[in-house]
Design a protein around this ligand. Structure first.
Ligand SMILES: C[S@@+](CC[C@H](N)C(=O)[O-])C[C@H]1O[C@@H](n2cnc3c(N)ncnc32)[C@H](O)[C@@H]1O
Length: 249
């Protein structure tokens, strides 16, 4: 990955659309969990969701998994500052390779399961779950039935598995989980991501004059934000929660 990409993406609070309110709402849709749930945040990035989960579940123990070490370092520092560092540990590696010491009660993954494929992730996590385990993940979906053809073509190239909310429910079910509920992230959650990202890109722009690689990274970030600004009614993120069939926690 280009160093300019990591420079643009370091120091941000989150690496995708989301908010504390949406994390809490999705968590509430999971229903009751054990008193001291064992939680894994897969593709945790710099830790916004892991910290929210630690605050919302005061007796939970959370493992935050990511392939990018600097995100885990940022998460560790932020969790300590938030007073929840003693309940969050990090694991550096792929969400497909993590093996928990005990069965997991709650799998979480905000805007990250796509990186290995939602179905592959859910199938890999099934045998790691405790009876009645829950999963919450956010994933790109079509919101309008009839998006502009050029937009459909662009996103089909960018992310071929993308479907509508019903398709997402079917994808989750095909991986052996029972969908419980799903909700669309509000535009505010996208502003939480693109606002700071665009500000960072603008601050780095003067250095891109003599650096084509950096210019390409900044252009791509700006184009991505502009696409959502123009078409936020046509696509978005759905946050879906599901349970392992066959038992309560
Ligand atoms: C779009 S970011 C979302 C990060 C975080 N969940 C958030 O919302 O801020 C996707 C994250 O997945 C991580 N990632 C990509 N592939 C991964 C894999 N195979 N296993 C674990 N993490 C992965 C990336 O390093 C990145 O932190």
């Amino acid at each position: 990955m280009d160093p300019a990409f990591f420079e643009l993406h370091s120091g941000l609070e989150r690496e995708g659309p989301g908010s504390e309110a949406s994390t809490r709402e999705a968590l509430a849709r999971c229903g009751p969990l054990p008193d001291a749930p064992r939680v894994v945040d897969m593709g945790c990035g710099p830790g916004a969701s892991a910290i929210t989960l630690a605050r919302a579940l005061p007796d939970a123990r959370i493992v935050a998994v990511d392939t990018h070490g600097p995100f885990l370092d940022a998460l560790t520092a932020r969790a300590a500052a938030a007073g929840v560092g003693d309940r969050i540990e990090t694991w550096h590696g792929s969400m497909l390779d993590y093996r928990p010491p005990e069965p997991v009660d709650l799998f979480w993954s905000e805007g990250a399961a796509y990186s290995v494929g939602v179905e592959a992730a859910l199938k890999a996590w099934r045998p790691l779950g405790a009876p009645g385990a829950r999963v919450g993940l956010s994933e790109l979906v079509w919101l309008s039935a009839d998006p502009p053809p050029a937009l459909r073509a662009t996103l089909q190239v960018e992310y071929p598995p993308m479907g509508d909310r019903e398709t997402l429910r079917a994808r989750v079910a095909s991986a052996g989980w029972r969908p419980m509920s799903d909700v669309v992230l509000p535009a505010r959650d996208w502003a939480n991501y693109y606002g700071p990202l665009k500000a960072r890109a603008a601050a780095m722009r003067s250095r891109a004059v003599d650096d084509p690689a950096m210019a390409a990274v900044l252009d791509e970030a700006d184009a991505e934000a502009a696409l959502y600004a123009a078409h936020g009614a046509d696509y978005g993120y759905a946050f879906i929660v599901a349970e392992l069939p066959g038992g309560s926690p």
